[in-house]
Design a protein around this ligand. Structure first.
Ligand code: BG6
Ligand code: MG
Length: 221
């Protein structure tokens, strides 16, 4: 069994189920601008940065706004989102995530966060997982949004590990693409139809072990 040098976790939709809160906050903004915006539209925003998400929604409404207005709208959306997640605690960690991360730590597998969110550190602190992470790379440290691999490449660099020996965990198509583009093995968490480009797709991390992971990836030598 060849364990990974590191596991790199996306946050929203992998560690915590925050997509519903992102949706609620974007939905209020879209409604105020009279732009039709559905949960299906929200799927395309998973893994996508705040600014690119706003541009996507404005595009749905064929709306062109000046930079100052866009900054104001993003600040409003984020303030609403922060209110929605301020009560997030350990109970909001997705099934199996904490147990698998703890197994990684015990086995000496580096644990890295690779998130597009600028709120990642706060969420990790709120749910009590921050001490388990060896490195955190988030939306404050990157210039290119997923599907660009920058966030994961920087995470691997922070721990001086080779992407080919690491596994990325992602719930978004853009994130799966980012992991593959960076040369990582990728586990998709969610719907096979959305995440089919991943090396292995699971519904959740519930019951996941390093042994199951390595077997599924063929890392058995
Ligand atoms: C990603 C989410 O993790 O972070 C996206 O999947 C979100 O939906 C992006 O837009 C940026 O998040 P934030 O917290 O910086 O607005
Ligand atoms: Mg995600």
């Amino acid at each position: 069994m060849r364990f990974p040098a590191a596991c790199l976790f996306d946050m929203d939709g992998v560690i915590v189920d925050s997509a519903v809160h992102h949706f609620e906050a974007w939905k209020r903004l879209a409604d105020a601008l009279s732009i039709p915006f559905t949960e299906k539209d929200n799927e395309a925003l998973k893994g996508v940065s705040r600014v690119d998400s706003l541009e996507y929604i404005l595009g749905l409404g064929h709306l062109v706004l000046d930079e100052a207005t866009k900054v104001k709208l993003m600040d409003q959306k984020n303030a609403h989102y922060l209110r929605l997640i301020e009560g997030m605690r350990a109970k909001d960690i997705l099934p199996g995530a904490k147990e698998f991360i703890e197994e990684c730590k015990e086995a000496g597998v580096a644990v890295i966060l690779g998130s597009s969110s600028r709120n990642a550190q706060m969420v990790l602190d709120n749910v009590g997982l921050a001490p388990l992470f060896d490195a955190v790379v988030d939306g404050n440290h990157i210039t290119l949004s997923k599907p660009d691999p920058e966030v994961f490449v920087k995470g691997a660099q922070a721990m001086n590990v080779d992407p080919a020996q690491c596994v990325v965990f992602e719930d978004a198509a853009s994130g799966v693409r980012a992991g593959k583009a960076g040369g990582f093995a990728v586990v998709g968490l969610g719907d096979e139809a959305v995440l089919g480009e991943a090396d292995w797709v699971l519904p959740t991390m519930q019951g996941l072990t390093l042994e199951r992971l390595c077997t599924a990836l063929g890392w058995v030598d």
